[in-house]
Design a protein around this ligand. Sequence first.
Ligand code: ZN
Length: 244
Amino acid sequence: MRVAVISDIHGNWHALDAVLHALGEERPDAVWCLGDVVGYGPRPNECCGAVAERADHGLCGNHDLGVLGEIDLRSFTDDAATSAAWTQRVLSEDARLYLASLEPSAEVPDAGAALYHASPLDPVWEYVLSEETARAALAATSAPLVLVGHSHVPLAISQNGGAVQGELAPGGTEIELTERRWLLNPGSVGQPRDGDPRAAYLLLDLETRFASFRRVAYSIADTQRELRECGLPEALAARLEHGV
Ligand code: ZN
């Protein structure tokens, strides 16, 4: 089975559309989404509609829960809270119902995979960005393959006995998923933070045990224009072209 993993779309329709076009050529058997479909970006309803239609497994993230009113927006940064409050005002009923149907974690036992928006220890908030947090995350689940989003940084971390090793996984990284256990983060579709502004996604081949970290260019200027038209914070537009 070939699976495309997407995460942290954040209402960036042009980035999601570019990834979905790429997937149209790749034709994976399934699409899994690790959450944060909305928040920050100007097109939450279109992103919810497309993810609801395409994703076989979908999670909610902290921004989705903030928009649903299940997390107090005072726990967000100023720009995140401003955009979440804006998203609450424009969110369609269909999009709201879709987000409300999601959980921040899921198991896919057939694939030996456990999916978390953030981490196994805290599926909503914990950032897995160090070997220490990765070690604790891997210890908290027995799944051979652990998929997380939330940090917006693509990562490939492996565990071999007691040893945990990890690295950033820039576009073009290809990894053989050997007997070891793996924790992978596909990076972010709609707001990458690893210095590469292109939309990120991950392709998994669960038969040949192969992971391929992909990037696809999209019209950043179109999303920036929409952000400005919606009156959303300028910093959210500026950061997209730097991938931070
Ligand atoms: Zn996010």
